[in-house]
Design a protein around this ligand. Structure first.
Ligand SMILES: [Zn+2]
Length: 108
């Protein structure tokens, strides 16, 4: 992807997955590499009203603070409400394996 010249505060190249257009006037807290959001719509059940289900959009974004070398994965609902869940790549892989194992236990 072609991007404009890097701002002066950005010392490293963007990772290949970054789609953020970094600007010279980005505030320090906004100096983050972000991936495209991966969207997944799942059926959820409201514990307080078990007969009710709802489709909920989940969004997953990979990010890395500029000048940091650790990537993180942030999982949030499509509405963006709530704190979401920020996982290390290792944590995300462990969660994925655990979800599969539990979901497949006794699967019909
Ligand atoms: Zn970037």
């Amino acid at each position: 992807m072609n991007k404009p010249q890097r701002p002066s505060w950005q010392t490293d190249e963007c990772p290949a997955w970054c789609v953020t257009e970094h600007r010279e006037d980005d505030l320090p807290d906004d100096r983050v590499h972000d991936s495209v959001a991966t969207s997944l719509t799942v059926t959820t059940r409201d514990i307080s009203t078990p007969s009710r289900t709802a489709a909920v959009e989940l969004l997953l974004v990979r990010f890395r603070e500029v000048d940091d070398d650790e990537d993180w994965l942030h999982l949030m609902t499509g509405e963006g409400s709530g704190p979401g869940l920020t996982l290390s790549p290792e944590g995300a892989r462990a969660l994925g394996r655990t979800l599969l194992a539990v979901a497949n236990t006794g699967a019909k």
